[in-house]
Unconditional design. Structure first.
Lengths: 156, 272
């Protein structure tokens, strides 16, 4: 079917098979390969993107379900002039990543969390990111990154 | 992993959905949030020929009061329900447990109706609706019918809905001011409950203690006759036949049911 999605502010319209998953549409059709496919079973959160501003796991959404809607991937966060989004900047400054594979999903989930809860506690951040797995960091610096991004003291 | 091929059809009203279902019969599945169905399709455990996407059917997204009942549109998402002020006041157990399902991403997609018709005894919300004496409203070609939650869960993943029927609404008696509690034990944060217990007003629902969500009648009867929480909770696993698998033996699940029931009843007592 013909699927039209506004990806990072730009309309992308393409004829794709009905069974196309949103994550494949984003990577293969729209060319935004920042969104990773991890477990492919709705568990790890690596494929998290914003659908109409809300975090979703794009391996478990059909492209067709997002037809007519707006999607933001990690590529859509920074300013056009390249200035990093506060969450991106904080992940870099607080060493919120090691291998980086979970990072795009982790950042998008964090953006969604902060939209609902602009000043979360460390515990609320851990609970709010429970749908995203990181096998490197032990999560500590990820929590610090979100604290930093929300303008709070990174209090260990 | 991608699903087997299917034909995708999107509808925007209940009538349109019913027309498609009548046309396709057994060959179609209804797609709501897709967070039970799409994983099954990716694993090729389900391969419907047609998917009827009811995502845009806004008439099925609401929470409101109707006399002494709270009525909830079947397409309401967990993330809608956990924050809904009417639900939080008049059916707080359902609001709370909606916020305990999966993770934030899942709750942005998954729907109450989807969870109920999927009828997985390991899911949280079926036991909540069962403990709440809920009534499910379905529409089909011959009109509307109401099915008590106690008559809705027929077996694993099995309900009395016909292929041409659509679950449209869930009705719960108002629980304003009643004590409630919920406990679940999971191996990891976002796992399905190994066992879960939902309590409201002396009614007890059990998650994953058999092929269908269950009530704990012995516990409820004991409470009604004035037994202590400890004594009543000790009966929570009576008559159950829980799954016996490598993650948890049946005996371990019975133990969990008793412990979690005691905790959930204690929470409920503190709230009443």
């Amino acid at each position: 079917m013909k699927v039209s999605i506004e990806v990072n502010g730009r309309p992308v319209a393409e004829e794709v098979p009905d069974r196309t998953l949103l994550v494949h549409f984003l990577r293969d059709t729209a060319g935004f390969t920042g969104t990773n496919i991890g477990c492919d079973t709705t568990s790890c959160g690596a494929c998290t993107v914003l659908l109409d501003g809300e975090s979703v796991k794009s391996c478990t959404v059909l492209a067709a379900q997002a037809d007519g809607h707006a999607v933001t991937t990690v590529e859509g966060l920074s300013d056009p002039d390249g200035e990093l989004h506060p969450v991106q900047r904080a992940f870099r400054e607080q060493h919120g990543l090691q291998c980086g594979f979970c990072t795009p999903g982790m950042i998008m989930a964090s953006v969604s969390l902060l939209a609902d809860n602009p000043k979360p506690t460390r515990d609320e951040i851990r609970a709010g990111l429970e749908g995203n797995l990181c096998r490197c960091t032990g999560y500590h610096n990820i929590v610090s990154s979100v604290m930093d991004a929300s303008g709070q003291e990174v209090d260990w | 992993m991608i699903p087997a091929e299917f034909r995708y059809e999107r509808v925007s009203t209940v009538d349109e959905a019913l027309a498609r279902l009548a046309e396709h019969g057994d060959d179609a599945k209804v797609l709501a949030g897709g967070h039970s169905l799409l994983p099954l399709m990716k694993l090729r455990l389900a391969a419907p020929e047609y998917l009827v996407d009811i995502g845009p059917v806004d008439e099925l997204r609401y929470v409101r009061l109707d006399g002494d009942e709270v009525v909830i549109g079947a397409l309401s998402r967990y993330s809608d329900l956990e924050q809904d002020p009417v639900l939080r006041k008049h059916a707080p157990l359902l609001a709370h447990v909606s916020g305990e399902v999966g993770d934030r991403q899942v709750r942005h997609r998954g729907t109450l109706g989807g969870s109920l018709v999927h009828a997985d005894s390991a899911a949280d919300l079926p036991a909540v609706v069962l403990a709440s004496d809920g009534v499910l409203v379905a529409r089909g070609p011959s009109g509307e019918r109401r099915i008590r939650a106690s008559e809705f869960f027929l077996g694993p993943f099995t309900t009395p809905l016909e292929p041409d029927e659509l679950l449209t609404e869930v009705r719960l008696p108002r629980q304003t001011g009643l004590g409630w509690g919920f406990e679940k034990f999971t191996r990891r944060a976002i796992d399905w409950a190994m066992v879960g217990v939902a309590v409201v007003g002396g009614k007890v629902g059990l998650v994953n203690m058999g092929g269908v969500p269950l009530r704990a009648p012995a516990t409820e009867a004991a409470l009604a006759s004035g037994a202590s929480i400890v004594d009543a909770a000790a009966l929570a696993a009576d008559g159950t036949n829980p799954p016996d698998e490598p993650h948890a033996t049946a005996e371990y699940r019975r133990h969990l049911a008793r412990v979690l029931t005691r905790r959930a009843l204690t929470q409920a007592a503190a709230r009443s």
